[in-house]
Ligand binder design. Structure first.
Ligand code: AMP
Ligand code: MG
Length: 401
């Protein structure tokens, strides 16, 4: 049986970043850019008025004061036709190109209209360059706008649009299929009959995969039946990742490892020194267009969630081109806790942060079938193997959900 860090290393070893793909920029949101992006334009493309007002020759006015003849009006989107010369001004709107000859823009509020084409300006603070954004201030043609490796946020989507990119080369979202297995499982919309329970893992794992940036496919429920399992599992073996829940323990109907083996999925490990989640299975299926990572997670909901967090999530990060480490942090226990057990244990808890101090409170729960108590949790506390008495205030390692 492998230790958790060995199992995690094996998962990472078998996982490569997905091949870059060109996608529409809106679909690139949250993904990593796989190319350098240069600007095809200067921004602004022209000297641009930053206020509504009059474009003038600043040097033409005495202490910013004087009367001028208005010979043109330029709106945003227009192109000025006339040069501003001594004694003249162009009425100009925010964003419009500043006409040739003009060296400043005077705000509307500093001007009085004397007639249809005559204004008096009184702007004692007037300086050349005032209220003009010179062409290329933000970007010059050929500038590196975005560097390979950045994550596309709303800002990057806007920038890509500004430099004329309708699509971008990114590492795509991993495609993940989820299949719940078990004779006892009933679909969500039905009320469980004797001996049965609803399939909560399916939706939970689909949600966790989406939250981790994956595109998901719901393969529903398969019964503990070799043929049915083989049929359903095959439907997920052409995606990047197949996540199974249930059927990997030592029960009479835990057929998943055997069926996977018969389908040619190569086992990398089965069982990890871990609580909850020990029966977890991992293997790789190689096929014509690449390979599928296959995770068999134990059926108990908390075991499923913990093994997703510790083993599946790093794989999804790596497929998406990121560092596989999901990271942990240190917090102080709010109440004392006696830990016993021969396996490292991940205990659901609630992490609090106030004024930079982190504290963590274990939630009261009833073992790995108790999903309801996890609603109060936002992290897992890691207790190493062995018996230890942790006092209130002791530092512990925490993995955030
Ligand atoms: P297994 O890992 O198949 O032995 O399942 C262990 C236990 O987990 C089962 O007896 C169920 O109580 C529970 N379980 C299995 N699959 C699911 C599921 N999809 N949703 C909720 N609970 C499940
Ligand atoms: Mg089962």
């Amino acid at each position: 049986m492998f230790n958790l860090d060995e199992a995690q290393a094996l998962v990472v070893q078998h996982t490569l970043a997905l091949k870059p793909q060109r996608v529409p920029i809106l679909e690139a949101l949250g993904l990593l850019l796989e190319e350098d992006v240069l600007s095809d334009i200067a921004s602004p493309p022209h000297d641009k008025a930053l206020v509504d007002g009059y474009a003038v020759v600043a040097e033409d006015l005495t202490n910013g004061c004087g009367e001028l003849h208005v010979h043109e009006e330029v709106m945003a989107g227009d192109v000025p036709q006339h040069r501003v010369t001594t004694g003249t001004a162009t009425r100009i709107m925010t964003g419009a190109p500043v006409p040739e000859g003009a060296s400043a823009v005077v705000m509307m509020e500093r001007c009085d209209r004397l007639g249809p084409q005559r204004i008096r300006i009184a702007d004692p603070a007037l300086k050349p360059g005032q209220h003009i954004m010179p062409a290329g201030t933000s970007l010059r043609r050929g500038d590196l706008v975005l560097q390979r490796g950045v994550e596309i946020r709303a800002i990057e989507v806007g920038l890509l649009a500004e430099v004329g990119r309708a699509d971008a080369l990114v590492i795509p979202r991993p495609h993940v299929a989820v299949l719940a297995t078990g004779n006892e499982l009933m679909p969500v919309h039905e009320t469980p009959t004797a001996g049965k329970l609803r399939n909560s893992n399916g939706p939970m794992l689909l949600a966790a995969a989406r939250r981790a940036g994956a595109q998901t496919l719901d393969l529903g429920i398969a019964r503990d039946h070799k043929e049915q399992l083989a049929d359903r599992i095959s439907q997920g073996l052409n995606l990047d990742v197949l996540i199974l829940s249930g059927g990997v323990s030592a029960g009479a109907l835990d057929l998943v490892p055997k069926v996977l083996n018969e389908l040619g999925v190569r086992q990398v490990f089965h069982h990890v020194r871990l609580k909850p989640g020990k029966p977890v299975w991992f293997g790789v299926h190689s096929h014509a267009h690449g390979s599928t990572l296959v995770f068999g997670l134990p059926g108990n909901p908390v075991s499923s969630l913990v093994t997703f967090q510790l083993l599946v999530q790093p794989a999804l990060r790596r497929l998406a081109g990121r560092n596989s480490a999901t990271g942990s942090l240190v917090a102080r226990l709010v109440t004392a806790h006696a830990h016993h057990g021969d396996r490292p244990t991940f205990y659901p808890a609630r992490l609090h942060e106030q004024d930079g101090l982190r504290s963590v409170q274990l939630v009261a729960w009833h073992g790995s079938a108790d999903l309801a108590s996890l609603a109060a949790a936002n992290c897992l506390v890691h207790f190493p193997a062995g018996s230890q008495l942790h006092a209130a205030g002791d530092k512990v390692e925490v993995v955030e959900f």
